[in-house]
Design a protein around this ligand. Sequence first.
Ligand SMILES: Cc1cc2nc3c(=O)[nH]c(=O)nc-3n(C[C@H](O)[C@H](O)[C@H](O)COP(=O)(O)O)c2cc1C
Length: 272
Amino acid sequence: MWSFNVDSEKCVKCGRCVRECSRFCLVMTADGPAPTSDAAELCFHCQHCLCVCPTGAVGVEGVSAADCPPAAPIPSADEMLNLIRARRSCRVFKTEPLPESRLAALREMLAYPPTGCNARSLQFLMVENPVTMAEIRRKSAEALLTAFEQTPIPPAAAKFLRMKPLLERNINPIFRNAPHMLAVALPEDTPCSTMDPIIALSYFELYCQTLGIGTLWCGLAYWLDDFMPELFDRIGRAPGYRLGYVMLFGSPEWGFERGAVRHLEAAAMVRS
Ligand SMILES: Cc1cc2nc3c(=O)[nH]c(=O)nc-3n(C[C@H](O)[C@H](O)[C@H](O)COP(=O)(O)O)c2cc1C
C-alpha cells in the first residue's frame, strides 16, 4: 500500500517536496505537505520528495532519509572529463571471470540509471560464467557457418558473411573472448524503450571504467538476435521481451596509455 509520511518535528514547511514532485501529487497544507487524493495512482516512485527534503522529514513508500545513500562526494568535472576521454572499447579480454565482489558491485549499480517515467522495467541478463560465454560463442559460430551453406543464405545471417573466415578459424568477432556479457531486455510497451537500455549501458560502461573493467558495445550481438533469438532466450530473457542492447565486459588484457585526439567538425556543432 502506497504511503507518504512527514515527521512534523523535523518538517520546516519549505515546500521543496511539493514543488519537486514531478507528478504534482503533493500539496502544502497548514500542517505541512500532504498527498493529493490520487497520489497513490499518480506517484511513479522516484523518491524526489524524500531526497530533496533538507531536514530528512519526508518518508515515502516505507523509505526514510536514514535509508538513503549519500548525495556526495561526486567526481570533479576534470575527473569526469578524463573518464569520458579515456574510455575506450576493449576487444581483448583476460579470460578469467571477474571476482564475485566486482560482479556484485555492477549488479547493484544497475538499479540507479534513470528510465523514462521511472518505469524501471529493464531486465538485465548478466552472463557471469565464462563457460556460458564459451557456449554462446560456439553456438553462434555453428549456427552462422551452417546458415552460410544454405541457398539463399537467410538475410539475418548474410550480414555476418564476411566473418566466415574468422569463424572457421575459431575466432568469434561478435563476442570476442569476453568472459562476461550484459544484455538488456525489456517489454515493448516501456515508455522510453529505445533510450532506457542505452542509458543503462552507458552508465554501466563508465562505472566499469572506474573499476578497471573493459567494455565493448556489441552491436553485432544485437543484430544476431534477429538470426538466433534463442541465444538470448536461453540466458533468461523473459517471454515477450525484446533485446535493448548488449555490452561485453571483463578484465582487459591491457590498458590504454593515452586518450585519442578527437575534435568535432565545425558542422557537427550547431549553436544558436
Ligand atoms: C552502439 C555501438 C555499437 C558497437 N558495436 C560494436 C561491435 O559490435 N563490435 C565492435 O568491435 N565494436 C563495436 N562498437 C565499438 C565502436 O566501434 C567504437 O566505440 C568506436 O570505434 C570508437 O572507439 P572507442 O569506443 O574506443 O572510443 C560499438 C559502439 C557503439 C557505440
